[in-house]
Ligand binder design. Structure first.
Ligand code: UDP
Ligand code: MN
Length: 245
């Protein structure tokens, strides 16, 4: 039977959070056998998000796990989404039946864009699967390089001597790997989160399952929402009510 997909979404408070989660939730509504783990980078769960998540009629868990303040000293080098992804992985380790290998884990950021075909591709992941991600870096795509159906290398604008120069959205793993490597987690090391996580899971190049028609299709994009500075003005003071002068 069809595997369950654990879709882990790190998210954080800013004014785009609710619209991003609304758009993503409405994508995930089209996917069967999906369990959404919304992992929020804040000390406590948000009432607004607790009220929003049931709207999508999909099974979910909402957890809060803030980035430790020691990692916030340099705003340009923050390990974004790490604390909350780690919390989601721990949640799976605690709640998933260790003997059930019929589940796949995928990291889907709140601002990315997902084609529905992506879910058909990742669902059959036996151990580790990989596929292209659009709009990553200078090259505009990050992808495994395939020869005769096997991954032989990577096309990525920032190799940085990584063994697995891939984007967070470019791979899926079978849940059993989490139990095989119970201490494997994501490091608080900017730029090396994917590489170190996959290395900790003991992944070898020859066992990577290429998806999306031998990595020739882009089914996920690293879209980003433009950041607007927070308005300084108090909106209330500018409001004009009907009848008032
Ligand atoms: N994120 C987070 N805490 C932060 C900043 C970002 O949890 O302080 C989340 C964010 O919601 C997203 C992921 O981490 O799901 C990656 O962050 P972002 O999209 O800002 O980074 P980029 O698109 O540049 O990789
Ligand atoms: Mn992003």
């Amino acid at each position: 039977d069809t595997a369950l997909i654990y879709f882990i979404t790190p998210t954080y408070p800013r004014r785009e959070q609710i619209p991003e989660l609304t758009r993503l939730g409405q994508t995930l509504m089209h996917v069967s056998r999906l369990y959404w783990i919304v992992a929020d980078d804040r000390p406590d769960c948000s009432l607004q998000i607790m009220n929003l998540l049931p709207d999508f009629s999909i099974p979910y868990t909402y957890i809060a796990s803030p980035m430790p303040s020691i990692y916030k000293r340099d705003p340009d080098a923050m390990p974004r989404g790490v604390s909350n992804r780690r919390a989601a992985l721990n949640w799976i380790r605690l709640n998933h039946n260790i003997n059930d290998s019929n589940a796949v884990i995928y990291f889907g950021d709140d601002d990315n864009t997902f084609h529905l075909d992506l879910f058909k591709e990742i669902r059959t992941t036996k151990k580790i699967s990989m596929f292209p991600v659009g709009l990553v870096g200078e090259y505009g795509v990050s992808s495994p390089i395939i020869d005769k159906g096997k991954v032989v290398g990577f096309f990525d604008s920032w190799p940085a001597k990584r063994k697995f120069p891939v984007d967070m959205a470019g791979f899926a793993i079978n849940v059993q790997l989490l139990f095989k490597y119970p201490y494997a987690t994501m490091p608080y090391k900017v730029g090396f989160e994917e590489d170190r996580f996959l290395s900790a899971l003991g992944i070898r190049l020859d066992e990577i399952e290429p998806k999306a028609e031998n990595c020739t299709r882009i089914l996920v994009w690293h879209t980003q929402t433009a950041k607007k500075p927070k308005p300084i003005v108090m909106v209330r003071s500018k409001a004009t009510l009907p009848g008032s002068l």
